[in-house]
Design a protein around this ligand. Structure first.
Ligand code: SF4
Length: 83
């Protein structure tokens, strides 16, 4: 994968991986899942963060499009938490 600073996975041309993540998000229960507005706000914050490289948060190693889908999870950057 080409390194792409401040790109989400869907923008880094990793279609198969993104599709796999979408399917896993779709299987989350309503209790686990962030609503659309919260999810979108979180991803906007990630897209403005220097720790985002090609869809992966360099603070935790997660695909942010997956991590942000879990309502109870937080941005892992404890010293400057964006969500
Ligand atoms: S540190 Fe927080 S805001 Fe930055 S990419 Fe990671 S999850 Fe997103």
């Amino acid at each position: 994968m080409k390194e792409c600073k401040r790109c989400l996975l869907r923008e880094a041309a990793e279609d198969a991986t993104f599709e796999n993540i979408r399917e896993r998000i779709d299987r989350l229960s309503p209790n686990e899942k962030a609503d659309d507005e919260l999810y979108s706000r979180r991803l906007d914050a990630c897209r403005n963060c220097d720790h985002l490289i090609s869809g992966i948060c360099m603070k935790c190693g997660c695909y942010v499009e997956f991590r942000a889908a879990f309502r109870q999870l937080k941005c892992p950057n404890a010293s400057d938490r964006k969500w």
